[in-house]
Ligand binder design. Structure first.
Ligand SMILES: [Zn+2]
Length: 214
């Protein structure tokens, strides 16, 4: 479902310049449409098509599905905090000027004070990655962009709400998502696309509900 979401972003592309086609969007926007597409994996009408017992052909019992869905909120206080700590550490490093960069022997001290200042200097919830092995942010494409995953999920969860508010799995809803957002690729500012689709600014509440943190 996730990868097919990326595929749809490409298939529906309708822009003048290939440079802006499909998934050629900012890093903190590219995972958003594919994450939205994951909503259909557990949508009852869709689930009934593939989640069937391999011998009896019986559909997955609702009680079992509900258990699976409930696990999504397990330990999210920890997971969200360690992720945000790493994202804030990434920002702290990449907002330094060249002459503010600490000497190698001062890296641990810099890290500790950056986490403290950001309000996430918590002994029981260390950041997901320490500075010295945080490969995402040292040349792996996520420099000052580690926050992208959760930002995409803010947009994703809020978009899922839009689909639910508008009747869920309906052709008109898919067409709206396609016309206002998927087809535009990176040819329009990402937040303008989002507002064109959603009709409003993104709201963080649906993500907090999804993670059981509301
Ligand atoms: Zn992806």
């Amino acid at each position: 479902f996730h990868e097919f979401g990326h595929a749809l972003h490409g298939f529906f592309s309708d822009v003048e310049y290939p440079y802006f086609a499909g998934t050629a969007v900012p890093r903190d926007f590219v995972e958003y449409p594919s994450q939205v597409n994951e909503m259909w994996a557990t949508w009852p009408d869709v689930l009934a098509n593939y989640a069937i017992h391999y011998e009896t052909g019986e559909p997955m019992p609702k009680v079992l599905l509900d258990k699976v869905l409930e696990t999504a909120a397990f330990n999210q206080g920890f997971a969200t905090t360690e992720y945000l700590a790493a994202s804030l550490l990434d920002q702290a490093w990449h907002q330094l000027t060249a002459d503010e960069v600490p000497a190698p022997q001062d890296v641990a001290t810099f890290e500790a004070s950056a986490l403290q200042e950001a309000g996430v200097g918590l002994a029981v919830v260390p950041p997901r990655y320490r500075s010295t092995y945080f490969s995402h942010i040292w040349g792996s494409g996520y420099s000052a962009g580690y926050y992208s995953y959760i930002w995409a999920e803010v947009l994703d969860a809020d978009s899922v709400e839009w689909f639910k508010e508008n009747g869920g799995l309906r052709r008109e809803n898919g067409d709206h998502f396609r016309r206002t957002l998927l087809s535009k690729g990176g040819s329009v500012d990402a937040m303008d696309l989002y507002r064109a689709f959603r009709g409003t600014e993104p709201n963080i509440e649906p993500l907090l509900v999804r993670r059981g943190l509301n």
